[in-house]
Design a protein around this ligand. Structure first.
Ligand code: SAM
Length: 311
């Protein structure tokens, strides 16, 4: 399958909608790739420690020759689904096709019932799944997750403190639950890719001189009066941002090429220099981007994002 196809031929692309997805920022990120990558079109090794929906990874796979990739995320459900696409994509596609057929033949009222039925089955499975050992039951779990992501309100992944998926039903006319063509390209893209469910710090062992590393950690959250709280429901607080900056410095010393994106606290408080201080001495730029679905407090208008590079 095509690896470095035209930029408009948009496969592979993210197979899930993901909070903080970076599709809106891709062209700004691309302009800032290392010159050697822009000139040669080749990335020998790519590491993404907060992969989420993988907008940047899939973009690079579409447009560059990425020889080897290592993707990490702390979310076990997400990594489970990536690994099913890597190992068992045809079985996953069969399950999704059946789920799509069944769902789309129902009335609106029955679709809603079906959604809550599947959400219930998905939540019942918690505790039965062994996330550290790949097994055939992973395929059904991945199918549930893709189904829920495509049919839930706003299309995102959110769990309560018990790990239960708790997003309500979303009204869509014709949700594309099984995007077979894209899923096949995603499977291709995941060849020569290592997937790890782990904290970002575990990426260290894969990063060496000239490795391209893209870091897109969870946003620093705002409270209702638009101030940064430093506390994140995703468990990524200011202390974690500080640890990440230390990690960044260590990886800089290894000679890797680092690109980090983050929300700009100056959107809400011009005097907030949190990231300017953490990454002092690096190449800090501010670019305009459209807010994605993870913003509850600041609407969906244009905001500034930070792009921080060590080159
Ligand atoms: C802003 S999102 C990344 C979005 C991604 N760039 C995309 O295009 O979809 C941040 C991701 O970091 C993950 N995460 C949170 N804490 C983490 C940690 N300590 N180590 C690794 N991943 C973490 C979350 O599960 C989430 O998927």
């Amino acid at each position: 399958m095509a690896k470095s196809s035209s930029k408009n031929f948009k496969v592979p692309r993210p197979f899930l909608k993901w909070a903080g997805g970076k599709t809106q920022l891709l062209l700004e990120l691309e302009k800032r790739l290392p010159q050697s990558v822009l000139d040669s079109g080749i990335i020998e090794r790519y590491v993404e420690p907060f992969v989420g929906g993988g907008a940047m990874f899939f973009f690079l796979k579409r447009n560059y020759q990425v020889k080897q990739s290592i993707l990490l995320d702390i979310n076990p459900e997400l990594i489970l689904t990536y690994r099913v696409l890597q190992n068992d994509h045809l079985n996953l596609i069969d399950k999704l096709k059946d789920m799509e057929d069944e769902h789309l033949h129902k009335s609106e009222k029955s679709r809603k019932e079906n959604y809550y039925h599947i959400r219930g089955l998905y939540n019942q499975q918690i505790g039965e799944i062994d996330y550290s050992n790949y097994g055939p039951e992973w395929i059904q779990r991945a199918a549930y997750l893709v189904f829920l992501n495509k049919t839930c309100f706003n299309g995102l992944f959110r769990s309560n403190s018990n790990g239960e998926f708790n997003v309500p039903f979303g009204r869509y006319k014709n949700p594309k639950i099984c995007d077979e063509v894209n899923l096949k390209y995603v499977h291709e893209a995941l060849k020569k890719t290592e997937l790890l469910c782990a904290d970002f710090a575990h990426a260290e062992e894969f990063i060496e001189e000239d490795t391209l590393v893209y870091l897109d950690p969870p946003y620093r959250p705002l409270n209702s009066t638009s101030h940064f709280t430093g506390y994140s429901s995703e468990g990524f607080d200011d202390e974690d941002q500080t640890k990440l900056a230390e990690f960044y410095k260590k990886m800089d010393q290894k000679g890797s090429n680092l690109i980090l994106s983050n929300s700009d606290p100056k959107n809400h408080d011009v005097n907030d220099n949190f990231f300017d201080e953490l990454y002092e001495g690096y190449n800090i730029q501010r670019v305009l981007a459209k807010r994605n679905i993870n913003s509850k407090t600041s609407g969906r208008g244009e905001i500034k994002e930070l792009i921080i590079r060590n080159y």
